[in-house]
Design a protein around this ligand. Structure first.
Ligand SMILES: Cc1cc2nc3c(=O)[nH]c(=O)nc-3n(C[C@H](O)[C@H](O)[C@H](O)COP(=O)(O)OP(=O)(O)OC[C@H]3O[C@@H](n4cnc5c(N)ncnc54)[C@H](O)[C@@H]3O)c2cc1C
Length: 395
């Protein structure tokens, strides 16, 4: 076991990036630093794509390049290899969401089945991830979540959703590939939670294959975590859980406001942080029954998890715990943790440029705050470029 890594070691953090690549990243983060610019570009881009203006190449060369691996699985291989060389697993994320046709859902299912095979072939700890909205319509998930009685035709539609998910999880189980089921908007999450629980009970008897996701910006998720742990103990399965803060804060608050119900969101950032860290502690106290993926770019939370592992006497490479960041963000956390021997992965999204737009917009918004991610990325890149300038022999 080694000490808690420093996340400010920029030499380790950026060793996979040339100075040219760092300057490119810096430019992208600077552009995202202005909320006004992000909002107008988001509106313009969405409109331009709607009227079929040929702007996809601009997106592909800029924000897509920063946050995505490519349009097809094969295009991601160089990024994938570069991460693996640095002991970081890439979790290919087919970033197509919000589909509406049955044929499209089947296509996403087939792509996910291919991802399972791909992960098995290439990864040390093969893992994949999915969004239920890739294989199900938003409206059916919303109805199931609200306990609305389904018409016969809707029952059939929902059965097809279950069959698609079942096919993906069964293949993951047969191939020993972990599958993270992402969390989405609260008004469809009840259905997603139920589906994930059924799959965990079925496939997690010997180890966690299926993982559910908890968004700690919700004020009810710490209780739900406790419930899940009790279920895992009582029904004798391993709880696989990815803990994140959550990506739909504004949308959630806006909807609650518009519809006049109490927001399911925490009252403040501090309460989200407190619950995130409390979830890590609760999991560590039940680690014999839980496998964890901590999906975060928050240095304090990552440090806390390292400390908790030390307290419990777990090796840095303990196989039931993964740290995970999104590709294009927080290399200082990913690379320094991997360098210290922790298990680290990065979500590596891919898909047609047009379909990745909702994902890219979420990333742009997340990185807008000067006090948050964007400011830290820029400071680190600047200091690494300076360090390299003063040591001209190094890359
Ligand atoms: C591997 C991985 C998988 C992911 N999977 C999912 C997923 O399945 N579902 C999903 O929704 N997101 C997912 N995300 C995205 C994730 O939710 C965001 O990246 C995350 O919220 C950013 O927070 P942070 O932990 O990096 O920390 P920070 O940057 O410290 O926190 C920012 C977050 O805090 C919360 N927050 C900010 N202000 C407030 C406020 N006023 N009140 C309450 N809360 C506030 C918000 O969630 C915000 O995003 C994933 C991220 C990673 C790295």
């Amino acid at each position: 076991m080694s000490n808690i890594p420093s996340f400010s070691n920029t030499e380790v953090a950026f060793k996979a990036k040339s100075s040219g690549e760092l300057k490119f990243t810096s430019l992208i983060f600077k552009m995202m630093g202005s909320p006004g610019l992000v909002n107008s570009l988001t509106g313009l881009t969405t409109f331009a794509l709607k009227i079929h203006l040929p702007i996809q190449w601009i997106i592909k060369k800029t924000i897509f390049k920063q946050f995505c691996g490519g349009e097809k699985i094969q295009e991601c291989s160089s990024t994938y290899e570069s991460l693996r060389k640095n002991n970081i697993e890439a979790i290919l994320d087919y970033s197509v969401e919000g589909q509406s046709k049955e044929a499209d859902f089947d296509k996403v299912r087939d792509e996910l089945l291919q991802l399972v095979s791909n992960a098995k072939k290439h990864a040390k700890v093969p893992t994949t991830c999915m969004k239920v909205t890739g294989i199900a319509s938003f409206s059916i998930l919303e109805k199931v979540s609200a306990n609305t009685e389904l018409k016969e035709i809707e029952k059939q539609e929902y059965n097809r959703v279950i069959q698609r998910l079942e096919a993906i999880c069964a293949k993951a189980f047969e191939n020993g590939v972990k599958i993270y089921i992402d969390a989405e908007e609260t008004w469809i999450q009840v259905a997603i939670d139920r589906l994930a629980e059924v799959m965990m009970q079925k496939y997690n008897g010997k180890e966690a294959i299926v993982y559910t996701t908890l968004q700690m910006y919700r004020h009810d998720r710490l209780n739900y975590l406790q419930v899940l742990i009790e279920k895992a103990i009582n029904h004798n399965f391993f709880l696989g859980v990815k803990i994140v803060r959550g990506a739909y804060l504004e949308k959630e608050n806006e909807r609650a406001n518009q519809k006049g119900y109490n927001t399911p969101m925490q009252p403040s950032k501090l309460s989200t942080d407190n619950d995130y860290n409390a979830a890590l502690k609760l999991i560590m106290n039940n680690i014999q029954k839980v496998e964890l993926c901590a999906g975060t770019h928050n240095e304090e939370s990552a440090k806390l998890l390292c400390e908790l592992m030390q307290e419990k006497g777990l090796d840095n490479s303990y196989k039931g715990i993964f740290f995970s960041q999104l590709y294009g963000m927080s290399d200082n956390i990913s690379f320094n943790l991997a360098h210290a021997g922790y298990n680290v992965s990065k979500y590596l999204p891919y898909g047609p440029v047009r379909d990745t737009l909702p994902y890219l917009i979420r990333r742009a918004r997340e990185n807008t705050s000067i006090a948050g991610q964007m400011g830290r990325e820029l400071t680190l890149i600047t200091s690494e470029l300076l360090r390299r300038k003063n040591q001209p022999t190094k890359k």
